[in-house]
Ligand binder design. Structure first.
Ligand code: SF4
Length: 338
């Protein structure tokens, strides 16, 4: 580690589980596992326009530990502690500044807010990493959420099955089992993270009947190649049974510019995947707009031209094909009628 890397490690939290460290190829200074885990001097470079709060969390926080951005779902931070502090984390500075863990007292205002927000259907446990909670704490939190009658789903956003998969035990799974639908959303970013332990963790989660999804972050030097992304997306489905849900364009977070690719590169990768791998393996490529305006699906676009009912589309392998829309009646006022 250089002296500047050392300064970065004193500025931002560092924690890497031994099992994740063991995945690093120490011969390769640009190893993709190492890039995600070990601090770099480049984290201290803040570019013009980068933001401390890149997706406007603060503007959408009605009570402490809650982000309510979309009508029917809200985020809860049960803890700000993570099993690993990812170098590319988009909430890097929030996670760095807030060291608080879980307590019922800390989340009581959030529970009261959720009970009053009758339009909510999903609570998303994020953070921090919710699976760093002890089994008893998870059970307590799950029971309090279950008692809110309008909630239908608890979503758990976690890197634990990636960075510390042995933490996913039968006890943890039992603590999460609920009369509500449980959805676990992991964050695998590279195929080498899909280890035997990760497979076992995901097997336990699926065995409990939980929905299993994955959101990856498009990261320069980690997965910004067609080959790596193809293998990652296929192995998520075929080895872990985890549906690729989102591929996030790297946010405008300060100090992570060395991970940020161009949108053009992301679109190029998506175009190289569609049609060549199963639709089940394809994530939706999204950009979270700064200011908290939500996610924008980025394409690529397959519509070439449109003239009335006559369309032309680009096929997955590069041909242009015409298509004439045939409708019983012409649409009126934006609505189709029988
Ligand atoms: S586990 Fe999630 S919240 Fe924690 S550092 Fe990694 S990306 Fe950020």
């Amino acid at each position: 580690m250089t002296e500047a890397d050392q300064v970065a490690s004193e500025t931002f939290k560092v924690r890497v589980p031994a099992s994740y460290l063991s995945l690093i190829d120490w011969q390769d200074v640009d190893d993709p596992i190492r890039r995600q885990a070990l601090p770099s001097a480049r984290e201290l470079e803040f570019l013009d326009g980068e933001l401390k709060d890149p997706i406007g969390d603060a503007e959408h926080s009605p009570v402490p530990r809650v982000i309510h951005r979309y009508p029917d779902r809200a985020l809860l931070y049960p803890t700000y502690i993570c099993s690993m502090y990812c170098r590319h984390c988009f909430r890097k500075e929030a996670v760095n500044e807030q060291g608080a863990g879980y307590s019922l007292a800390a989340i009581e205002p959030a529970l009261r807010y959720f009970a009053g927000a009758t339009e909510l259907r999903e609570v998303i446990l994020s953070g921090g990493d919710p699976l760093t909670l002890a089994d008893g704490q998870l059970r307590e939190l799950r029971e309090h959420l279950e008692a809110i009658p309008h909630l239908r789903m608890i979503r758990v956003h976690t890197r634990v099955p990636v960075t510390l998969p042995t933490r996913v035990t039968p006890g943890l799974v039992e603590a999460l089992k609920s009369k509500l639908m449980i959805c676990v959303v992991t964050q695998y970013n590279h195929p080498r993270e899909i280890t035997a332990e990760a497979r076992e963790a995901c097997r336990l989660l699926r065995g409990a009947g939980f929905m299993l999804l994955n959101q990856s972050v498009l990261l320069a030097g980690v997965n910004d190649s067609v080959e790596v992304m193809r293998e990652l997306c296929q192995e998520l489905v075929y080895s872990l049974g985890a549906k690729p849900y989102y591929l996030h364009h790297c946010d405008l977070t300060r100090g992570i510019s060395h991970f940020r690719t161009s949108i053009d590169r992301g679109l190029e990768i998506m175009r190289a995947l569609r049609g060549y791998i199963s639709g089940l393996c394809l994530p939706t490529y999204v950009l979270d707009l700064p200011g908290g305006y939500g996610k924008i699906p980025l394409g690529p676009n397959y519509v070439e031209t449109r003239d009335g009912e006559q369309w032309s589309f680009a096929t997955y392998d590069g041909d242009i094909r015409a298509y004439r829309e045939i409708l019983r009646h012409l649409p009126t006022n934006g609505k189709d009628h029988e």
